[in-house]
Design a protein around this ligand. Sequence first.
Ligand SMILES: [Ca+2]
Length: 530
Amino acid sequence: MKGLFKKILVLTLILSVLLSVAACGGATNNLSKTNNGNQEDSSNAANSKNDSSDVDSTSTEKVTFHIYKNGGFPDYPADGGEGKQDVLNALAAYGLPNVDYKVTAIGGDEYYDKLNILAVSGSLPDYMNIDMVTMTNFSDQGLIIPLEDHLENMPAAKDRMRQVDLDAWTYNGHLYAFPVAYLEGAINGPNTTGLIVRADWLEKLDIDIPETIDEFYEMLKAFKEQDPDGNGQDDTFGYIGRDTTLFEDVFGAFGIQPTFWMETEEGLRLGSTLPATKEALAVLQQWYAEGLIDPDIFTNDQSLQDQKLANSKGGVYEGSGFSASVSNPEYAALLNVVPTAKLKGIPAFKGPKGESGRQEAPPGYGNSHAISANCQDVDLLVKFLNWCADDGENGGMYLCSVGVEGKHFELSEDGTKINQFVPYNEIYAYGLGNPIRFQQVVDRRWMEDSAVECFEAFDGMYRENKFWGTTPSMLDYPDTCEELFREYLAKIVMGSLPVDAWDDYVKDFYAMGGDKIEQEVNEAYQALNK
Ligand SMILES: [Ca+2]
């Protein structure tokens, strides 16, 4: 089984499909996963004026699409709920009177177990959430169909999809899943992570938002030494984090993203093998020695990090734009202890040569869907999906994300804000929202101003990974691209190894398959960019 799995993976790679579990360059995955939470499963809504008088009841018979969603929605009614009539009315007014649907929602790993059982019995649903491994597997078996020719029939979604995501879902030269689409604007992009600071500490200590690495250092020092929490004890650090922390902004200030493939005169090189990495390591080692970094940073998990934040142990950490929303659990826990606390996102600071930045999110962001070879009317299904993404007249974008306008939400007059009246579970119980979001359009107009400001502060600071794929040698040497660096990072920063040990790291990297990996990456990159 393991061999088969690997074979599938290798095939995938060779064919330049991008795996979400890519060995190199996937460092931000965990962060975005843990931080997006439920809020990400929400969007907005505007035009759901349903006029059932428009329905052409004489048209053809109903086609019911069976749709599988990967998500636990215990409140969603099995019969589709009251909201289903809103959907059917809107579809009829949109010119699709014969569309009907039945949703089966299953959360967690159980979802893919179920899909695999259905695959074996030849009874896959018409349309389903899919991940990369399942996509390659089902495609090899002819269980799902190529979609590239259907894209032009769903302009409401297609025009908002990213090419990099479409490439990520292309396998053997064919598109096998529709990725999410994005509304315009800084708040709606795939990148969500950045540095979050205790803005109340900045105010208290009269510190401006740091723009350079020197100013950032001064801020860390003040957080450590000037008793920002005012309890009279020397009990705070500057930087807190967890075992996945890569200090992206610090490396970024030296022009490096350690786990990204970067362009050099000799071709693509993994950032961690470039000399500027050593400079950043020296800075981090000094900060750690001065007590500016939580000494447990390399072993904390998310909950320990959150506890330290809530207990005012640190003033800056790598989080997501959602962190600055008071409804976010980590912020709420902090406010519970310190009601006057303020969290704020800051742009990446600049290094000695004016460089800055952090890692862009990997392509192929979740909530992608495939169409089964069993589907009897693909053209109609695609029209239905276009309706789901359409925020124009009688379109379904809002019904499929935030419900009925006036009942569940309202749009601000200028259309830039979504004000929600009810919690998501009520929208699901009514039969709308995430359970029927068959084609997602990322729309974060529901976010509070504080979170919006955070996303705006982060805008423009994400750096590109030149190669997101996985090559065969990355699978032969699974620890070489990231784990090896993380080991050296922790040891050097904590001072158990000298900064010069970075030279050994580079030797180890090349000795542990890095030479083959680097060669394959460059070959694949050249092939992709011909
Ligand atoms: Ca203190």
